[in-house]
Write a protein that binds this ligand. Structure first.
Ligand SMILES: Cc1cc2nc3c(=O)[nH]c(=O)nc-3n(C[C@H](O)[C@H](O)[C@H](O)COP(=O)(O)OP(=O)(O)OC[C@H]3O[C@@H](n4cnc5c(N)ncnc54)[C@H](O)[C@@H]3O)c2cc1C
Length: 228
């Protein structure tokens, strides 16, 4: 661990440095790695998937944004307490989202776990695209500045005391918004049931082509180490 920055009250940006990172090849936004902790007292090494927010291969430096959640599993707890010099293992990288520059618009939907992916995708979009962005966070303090050459239409939703991604607001807002889905690419990630509901709506009710809906459940309410 090279640096630790609390970018919002519940988001810890951790900058990792390691000679092995120089060999990583990151080409697309939303590529992800496994962050592996040192073995616990049972000899198990907790590991979870995290998105590469930024990467500098020449320096072997990688930024990861950890959502700090109330049900604090091992990775959230580790991130909350991380200090400079701590050691983790990184495995990967795995595939992310290949930006489609030919579309007219992007629809990006998620919760704090997909903010790093959405932030990186937005930074990669060209100015010709309109980006419709719907993100649920706990409150206004968790809203992050998002930068893009694309024309941004941002909608932040607040979950207040509930876990962002679990309130049903994203599903309802997507269904009641005047979305422009003509020649549109979707990126949708976050809590698994929310992702499934929004995906089903877009495919079944709005007849989107499945090839235009890049979606993944990143975590599941009540389930540790969920794999979609
Ligand atoms: C491809 C991919 C990329 C991801 N990128 C990121 C990323 O960049 N940043 C990030 O923060 N997360 C990211 N995630 C999600 C992250 O891997 C999970 O949230 C993971 O479960 C956290 O591990 P943990 O040890 O903290 O909790 P776990 O031990 O897995 O779970 C313990 C408890 O906490 C709950 N829980 C887990 N995550 C959350 C949450 N976000 N909010 C509320 N409750 C939760 C579980 O339901 C469970 O009840 C990504 C997941 C995938 C698959």
């Amino acid at each position: 661990v090279l640096r630790v920055n609390r970018i919002t009250p519940h988001m810890q940006r951790i900058t990792l440095e390691g000679a092995g990172l120089r060999d990583f090849s990151i080409e697309d936004p939303a590529q992800w790695v496994k962050v592996i902790l040192a073995p616990d007292s049972d000899g198990r090494s907790p590991n979870r998937a995290y998105t590469v927010r930024r990467f500098d291969p020449s320096q072997g430096v990688m930024e990861i944004d950890f959502a700090l959640h109330r049900d604090g599993g091992p990775l959230s707890r580790w991130a909350a307490a991380a200090t400079i010099g701590d050691m983790v293992e990184i495995a990967g990288p795995r595939a992310g989202h290949r930006v489609n520059p030919a579309v007219a618009s992007y629809l990006l939907v998620g919760d704090p776990t997909s903010l790093p992916a959405i932030g990186a995708i937005l930074e990669a979009l060209p100015a010709s695209i309109t980006a419709q962005v719907f993100i649920e966070v706990a409150n206004s303090e968790e809203e992050q500045p998002l930068v893009s050459a694309a024309r941004l239409e941002l909608c932040w939703l607040h979950s207040h005391t509930e876990a962002p991604g679990t309130t049903g607001q994203l599903e309802l807002t997507i269904q009641s918004s005047a979305l422009d889905l003509e020649n549109c690419q979707v990126f949708l990630a976050g809590e698994s049931l929310m992702v499934r509901a929004v995906r089903t709506y877009l495919l079944a009710e709005r007849a989107l082509d499945p090839s235009r809906v890049d979606s993944k459940g990143y975590w599941k309410f009540g389930a540790a180490d969920h794999r979609d």
